[in-house]
Design a protein around this ligand. Structure first.
Ligand SMILES: [Fe+2]
Ligand SMILES: [Fe+2]
Length: 390
């Protein structure tokens, strides 16, 4: 799929699906029951104003979303356009048709199937963005278009197309606290402080240019030359970044699902959100190979960023690389048993504004304009302000 397809550029208006008789019949029964509950027992359904019924039926046929639901989906569309932009960069260099052989070899030191996983994750994000924008239009809401902010330069490394980007993968500060968070019984929603697994500061997640890392070099385990060490550190950073991005998506969709009013919007949010969780789980597993033997111990000779063996004490369970399934944690109330859940899920820690703040701290938007930040923050505030109404 071309990037143009997810841009939100005007497209022919979409036909609104026609209800089948059976769906319509079911809907009328739901309307009658909801309306009855709304007006209270003992009041005849016949007393409901006809306009109320008509409005509800119109919603079922695909008419306007309420303000909150539109804001939720608009922010998610923006988030998916942003995700697509960064994943496309990874795919150009390290996917199944990736153009940077040494980067691919370094990624494959984490898992031989990394190029396939990168390409499939990219396809998923493109589909999320395209679907959300098309759905917004089908429900009479404004789609999201961030094309004018595709201004950041591509990396000069072999494989990258020279086009404007929304995101910057060339100088990241990766928050690695998601790694320890999923091994801990302490939940950020209860004030647990972030604990970084390793420090990744001002490190690229894609090769910068062919003088820095030759696209034709071998990538032995362990890497031996400075250029090989540099490339492996870049690939390892990508591994941590994949987990960071998809963990953020998992929490974001969980948090925003609680604000959806329309049942179909809720279906969309939980269904796409489930795929973000699936992505996160995959990357959590693969990333462990960067910080386990035989690859552990890589150090970037230029930045000093180091990928130690996290299985070596005193890390123990908080770092053990094969503990990739979520540990039980505090949830809802400390008076209740710990529970294995997505974390965080509170809006202040996992919502739309929190997501943009986190991406900004990641330096994912380094070089973007004030207008870009204003635009995405406005979308984020509107989504977080949504309130569930029934
Ligand atoms: Fe996505
Ligand atoms: Fe994602």
């Amino acid at each position: 799929m071309k990037m143009d397809d997810v841009s939100g550029a005007p497209a022919p208006s979409q036909a609104i699906p026609v209800e089948s008789d059976d769906v319509a019949g079911q809907w009328h029964r739901v309307v009658r029951r909801r309306a009855f509950l709304k007006v209270g027992a003992g009041v005849a359904a016949a007393a409901i104003p006809a306009g109320g019924l008509l409005a509800t039926n119109a919603a079922a046929a695909g008419s306007a979303l309420n303000k909150g639901d539109a804001a939720i989906l608009r922010f998610l569309a923006a988030a998916e356009i942003i995700e697509s932009d960064l994943w496309v960069q990874y795919d150009e260099l390290g996917g199944v048709k990736g153009g940077n052989a040494a980067y691919i070899l370094a990624l494959q030191n984490l898992d031989g199937d990394m190029p396939q996983y990168i390409t499939d994750n990219t396809d998923d994000e493109l589909s999320h963005a395209a679907f959300l924008n098309a759905y917004l239009k089908s429900r009479g809401a404004q789609p999201v278009n961030l094309d004018k902010f595709r201004t950041l330069p591509s990396t000069k490394a072999k494989g990258a197309r020279q086009i404007g980007r929304l995101t910057n993968l060339q100088n990241l500060v990766v928050d690695t606290s998601w790694y320890t968070r999923y091994r801990s019984s302490e939940n950020p929603d209860f004030g647990a402080p972030p604990r970084q697994a390793i420090q990744i500061v001002n490190e690229p997640a894609i090769p910068l240019n062919d003088a820095d890392t030759s696209p034709g070099q071998q990538q032995p385990v362990p890497p031996t030359t400075p250029s090989q060490q540099r490339m492996q550190a870049i690939a390892n950073t990508a591994g941590f970044h994949f987990g960071y991005i998809e963990q953020g998506g998992s929490s974001l969709y969980t948090a925003l699902s609680l604000k959806a009013s329309d049942l179909e919007v809720l279906r969309i949010v939980v269904s796409i959100g489930g795929v973000e969780v699936d992505h996160f789980s995959l990357w959590h597993d693969k990333l462990g190979n960067a910080v386990a033997q035989p690859l552990a111990g890589v150090k970037d000779p230029e930045t000093g960023v180091t990928f130690p063996d996290l299985n070596v004490p005193p890390g123990r369970e908080l770092f053990q690389t094969n503990k990739i399934l979520p540990e039980p944690t505090d949830f809802i109330s400390k008076g209740l048993p710990e529970c294995s859940v997505i974390r965080p899920s509170a809006i202040e820690n996992a919502g739309a504004v929190a997501t943009i703040k986190s991406f900004t701290a990641d330096l994912l938007f380094q070089g973007q304009s004030k207008e870009f930040f204003d635009t995405v923050m406005e979308l984020a505030r509107a989504a977080d302000a949504a309130r569930r109404t029934l």
